[in-house]
Design a protein around this ligand. Structure first.
Ligand code: HEM
Length: 224
């Protein structure tokens, strides 16, 4: 009886595809998520503060190039590689502790959720306003009033609440995975420390997203 054992050949490549995907997830995508959530916190100051900030941050003509090549392209590459990983669908059971394995599964599931959410969000809040579709636009961008009207609909509010949960988990937990993929956390001690950092990062991202929604929501105006 012949038995064949697959022996993994050591990679001779300097950087693997997974490392490129991982790096793109941190910079520029992760960095942009933090900056975007930060900008959205201006909603807590009300309509004038938010719309004024929108005008100053998006006024440069270079902005559109940054959006297309600095964000659009990286996200397509990251998502394409992510979809290939998901399609391969190899479970990690046996290789990792139960919770680590669950986190890998949730990372993939949240990736799919983020894909759907970002698709809808980019079309509704960026592409349609850029072509003049929308009732409350400021210089071709969705304004405070537009977001407020959107969040008055329970369905839209629910989609955003879930979308932000997905993005916060995917990036927060992603930092832990990226530490290992990029070879920054090689020892169990470093990985355990990164696990705590990623948990705090997830909670901070979630709080930023939900505070911004609160700032836009009609309830916030009513509460003064
Ligand atoms: C806001 C946009 C996104 C950001 C900031 C982001 C960030 C990250 C980060 C930092 C990682 C960790 C990489 C690692 O473990 O080495 C990751 C992993 C992953 N991402 Fe994303 N991502 C985004 C969007 C997406 C989308 C749209 C998909 C589409 C399916 C996706 C699918 C995945 C998958 C499947 C993994 C895990 C790979 C594995 O299991 O090892 N991501 N992402």
């Amino acid at each position: 009886m012949s038995s064949s054992v697959a022996v993994a050949k050591p990679s001779t490549r300097l950087v693997s595809g997974k490392q490129i995907m991982s790096l793109l997830g941190i910079v520029p995508l992760g960095a942009y998520v933090v900056a975007h959530l930060w900008t959205n916190l201006y909603s807590l100051g009300g309509d004038k503060v938010f719309d004024e900030h929108l005008k100053t941050t998006n006024s440069s003509p270079a902005f559109i190039f940054l959006e297309v090549f600095g964000l659009g392209l990286p996200i397509l590459v990251h998502a394409w590689m992510g979809l290939k990983i998901i399609a391969r669908g190899r479970p990690n059971i046996g290789s990792y502790r139960f919770f680590s394995n669950l986190r890998f599964g949730l990372q993939r599931l949240s990736g799919l959720g983020v894909l759907l959410f970002l698709g809808a969000h980019v079309v509704k809040a960026r592409i349609l306003p850029a072509f003049g579709y929308g009732e409350h636009l400021v210089g071709g961008h969705e304004s405070y009033a537009g977001m407020q009207a959107a969040f008055a609909e329970p369905a839209t509010l629910t989609v955003y609440a879930l979308g932000i949960l997905g993005v916060a988990y995917h990036l927060g937990n992603g930092v832990w995975g990226a530490g290992m993929t990029l070879g920054l956390t090689t020892t169990p001690k470093a990985q355990a420390r990164m696990e705590k950092v990623s948990m705090v990062f997830f909670l901070v991202l979630l709080a930023m997203g939900y505070l911004a929604i609160w700032g836009f929501h009609p309830f916030a105006q009513a509460a003064g």
